[in-house]
Design a protein around this ligand. Sequence first.
Ligand code: TXA
Ligand code: MG
Length: 336
Amino acid sequence: MCVNLWLNFLSPVASLQKKLAFQMKTILTESTSEAAKFIKQGGIVAFPTETVYGLGANIFDVEAIGKIFIAKNRPNDNPLIAHVGNLEQIKLLVSEITTTAQKFIKVFFPAPLTLVLPKSEKVPLIATANLETIGVRMPRNKLASEFLKSCGTPLVAPSANLSGKPSPTTWEAVFEDLDGRIDCILQGETTEIGLESTVVDCTSDVPLVLRSGAVTLEQLREIVPETRVYQIKKDEMPKSPGLKHRHYSPRAKIVLLSQKSKVQSPKSKAFIGFDKPDFKFDKMKICESVEDYAHEVFNFFRECDRENIETIYCEMVEEKGIGAALMDRLKRASDD
Ligand code: TXA
Ligand code: MG
């Protein structure tokens, strides 16, 4: 990449790094219009969506986007997702809405689904980490769409956690990670789904699922049967830069359990899954369904960290429907 381009991209982040001492007062509010004021003044605001809480900035405000990377400690090669409050706004962000994307938008939006498309020139490169594509999503959560409407502009929003930690499913989890580092938290309820959106690259005729989520491969194939799951080839740059980074991890060690007989005896251990294990655990979460497991898992990881649990045993689930997304997150969290 040309050196000047890199310098242009990094300079807002570098100069801001000096300005932000992370002692700002983080305002908590239930008012979407109060939260939107911070966006209009160039600030960064956490807000609920149906997947996880996001950390938003005006997509056309380069300095505000720089603040997101700093507040989260996010590697600057990891692109951000654009969030829109209505379908019209998509046209501001992309140079083309491909035929496959049109089909997905018609059937699913608003949804926990992010479509990667060629970006418009108006979107600053800092938002997409220098990629010529942008992920676009229209959340279906009521508070999120009210907030986006109050902002009057599309927002970029990664998950509102410190980089590498589990995504936040409650405003309290956002507060735990980002108090003093961001301007405002829009307080909503615990998020409905609990795992991040499905990300689909729609830049070619064969849609590629880059990250699994609540909109499942099966559902996408009903609309575009050619849809495939993206597999990283050896020595290839991953299509989704986020795939390279350690993700969703609590401090505790994660062990995936197919048979309970594998349970060792660390000092403090926790269990999450369906069947009450015979073995004694210090902390347990018994889930009623795969949906319930997906809904609870990140919060459970955070609770375990607060209670200094050393090892979390996670029952494995069948990789179909939302189970595919859940297993993806569990596998990543268990990677060393
Ligand atoms: O549900 C969600 O998607 C949440 C809420 C807040 O909307 N957001 C979220 O954002 O999970 P983030 O930044 O934590 O994860 C975005 C993922 C990353 O893995 C990133 O690499 C990938 O999407 N991504 C973003 N833009 C991309 C692009 N243009 N091409 C390929 N991958 C992209
Ligand atoms: Mg994230």
